[in-house]
Design a protein around this ligand. Structure first.
Ligand SMILES: [Zn+2]
Length: 347
């Protein structure tokens, strides 16, 4: 009779308080918080799932062991002391059975699991904190009356590259990087202004985003340029197109430089970034890799941080220009460029 009365009390003392989502290294699990005698309790199975633990139940000792590589947590039924990697924790209540399921006080998560099992999360936090120290200037090519390459199917370089640049910005900012755009709307911007922004912001990286055009309409793929001497007439013609506003005379040079000069270090870093960007865009958008090339683009000559000019695809190719008109394809290109930048800072 006494026992029945006790269970009756427990039943009433145990009530759902709130929905709760448990975020652990193994994933996010929706669960509920129950309160028993004022102590919030959580279903042990949701802890096991969200932290990727393995549960062992010893029916003789009425003991639970939760295990992960390098981690073991021991708890006994109706006992408020837990042992994590040999260290004793006083929980706010005992582990209990309710409706055939084991419940543990919520502070097992807060006191023990968050402490021992969150190494993955804190590594991510550290990475983010480190990335906050870096600033990237993204330069969407052309703008305003300067349309850039254009296809009669409606693909305009200035619009496509602005959209990709904004998507890259969003991903990089989400990862903690500081991002400055040379333009974030459809406006004309002098090449010198773009470089001034990168210089005055003391950017760690400068990324100019363009789309390509070639007389041979079959040409497709991504190519990324770093400062150097062009190795072909084709590249010289791309320089002239991209630096078009400067090509008032015979030369695209306006600052008296006959050949581009670059420090070995800047060139190495720019090439590294260019390689990462090409690799990642190829992975995410399944596009042809035309490689890392050297050219004397104005924006590469007149900035002094590691800098690249990405040609994301060919507006002059019928299929590729149609792809570039599709948002999901631009998302893939942007994801690739952003991943390349993140690799640059992380590896
Ligand atoms: Zn362009």
């Amino acid at each position: 009779m006494k026992k029945v009365f006790f269970l009756f009390i427990v039943f009433f003392a145990f009530s759902v308080v709130s929905g709760f989502s448990l975020n652990g290294p193994a994933g996010r699990v929706e669960t509920s918080i129950y309160k028993s005698y004022g102590v919030p309790y959580i279903d042990i199975n949701s802890i096991v799932k969200s932290f990727g633990l393995v549960l062992y139940w010893n029916p003789v000792l009425k003991e639970v062991k939760l295990e992960a590589p390098g981690f073991a947590l021991l708890m006994s039924l109706n006992n408020r002391y837990a042992s994590a990697n040999g260290r004793t924790f006083d929980m706010s209540g005992p582990m209990i059975f309710h409706n055939g399921i084991l419940y543990v006080p919520l502070d097992v998560k807060e006191q023990v699991l968050d402490l021992y099992m969150k190494t993955g999360d804190s590594a991510a936090g550290n990475k983010r904190a480190r990335l906050q120290n870096f600033k990237v200037v993204i330069d969407p090519g052309h703008g305003g009356e300067n349309i850039g390459a254009r296809n009669k199917n409606g693909a305009d370089e200035k619009t496509i590259v602005l959209d990709i640049a904004k998507k890259v910005m969003a991903i990089l900012e989400k990862n903690g990087l500081q991002v400055v755009m040379t333009r974030d709307k459809d406006v004309f911007l002098k090449l010198s202004k773009r470089c001034d922004i990168a210089q005055s912001e003391k950017a760690d990286l400068f990324i100019s985003i363009h789309a390509n055009s070639a007389p041979a309409k079959s040409v497709t793929g991504i190519e990324t340029f770093v400062l150097g001497i062009p190795t072909s007439e084709v590249i010289k013609s791309i320089e002239e197109i991209e630096d078009g506003e400067l090509a008032l005379g015979d030369s695209i040079y306006t600052n008296g430089q006959s050949e581009p000069i670059d420090s070995a270090k800047r060139k190495r870093l720019s090439k590294r970034l260019a390689c990462f960007i090409n690799e990642e865009v190829v992975k995410s958008a399944q596009v042809k890799n035309r490689g890392v090339k050297e050219a004397r683009f104005y924006v590469l000559r007149n900035t002094d941080m590691p800098a690249v000019l990405v040609e994301v695809g060919f507006i002059s190719n019928a299929d590729e220009s149609v792809l570039l008109l599709h948002e999901d394809y631009r998302n893939k290109i942007a994801q690739g460029i952003a991943s390349g930048v993140l690799n640059y800072f992380q590896e």
